[in-house]
Design a protein. Structure first.
Length: 210
């Protein structure tokens, strides 16, 4: 069975901007991908609301992706593929970092994963980097202050992540070419967009793994 780990934030967890609750197992993009791929694929959802790449959040502790990545990989080994979709929370105003540093955070996660033998036959897992889509307009959502200036950063992540993925010989998908963030809160995806992303992810996985 092919094992895939989806390492992300609330958009992997499945936060629904309509109900402000979690989407059902089969509505979340990872669930859609799992159902499209079929019984020979094991898809592991590791989404945590507020998770960043490498930045410590003083208001929401325990959210640094790099702290949990290696234990997570070893918990689920052997893995054929690691999917990383992070960066949205790094755009929060309280971190005050440019988009280029967010991309460097993704790079640090790649390097960390590559130091493990959590893949097949003691090798690191194959890595697919997914750039989150640009924000919808922040005004007048509840996130307008929290993410002030973050929309400009999010708009750059597709290009910057593609460069990092190419540099480290990782696979890449730009979610901004597939889905759009919800106008209800600017940063999350509604159920229809989860379905689109899950379908695109399944096609990408078939392309990469057969």
């Amino acid at each position: 069975m092919t094992s895939i780990l989806c390492f992300g934030d609330s958009n992997t967890h499945g936060y629904d901007p309509v109900t402000q609750k979690r989407l059902s197992r089969d509505e979340r993009w990872a669930g859609v991908m799992r159902n499209q791929l079929g019984a020979n694929y094991w898809v592991i959802e590791e989404g945590l609301g507020g998770r960043t790449t490498v930045f410590n959040d003083p208001l929401e502790p325990g959210r640094r992706g790099i702290d949990y990545l290696k234990p997570c990989l070893y918990s689920h080994q052997p893995l054929d593929l690691l999917i990383i979709m992070l960066g949205t929370n790094d755009c929060k105003a309280r971190f005050g970092v440019p988009a280029s540093d967010i991309a460097r955070g993704i790079e640090r996660l790649i390097i960390e994963a590559r130091t493990t033998d959590s893949g097949i036959d003691g090798a690191p897992p194959r890595i697919l980097i997914v750039a989150p889509p640009p924000f919808a307009p922040l005004e007048p959502t509840n996130f307008v202050e929290m993410f002030k200036g973050g929309d400009a950063k999010a708009a750059l992540l597709g290009k910057l992540y593609a460069e990092v993925a190419a540099l480290h010989n990782c696979d890449f998908l730009d979610a901004g070419n597939v889905i759009a963030s919800s106008p209800l809160d600017a940063i999350h995806y509604d159920a229809g967009e989860h379905r689109k992303l899950g379908m695109a992810m399944a096609a990408k996985v078939r392309e990469l793994l057969g």
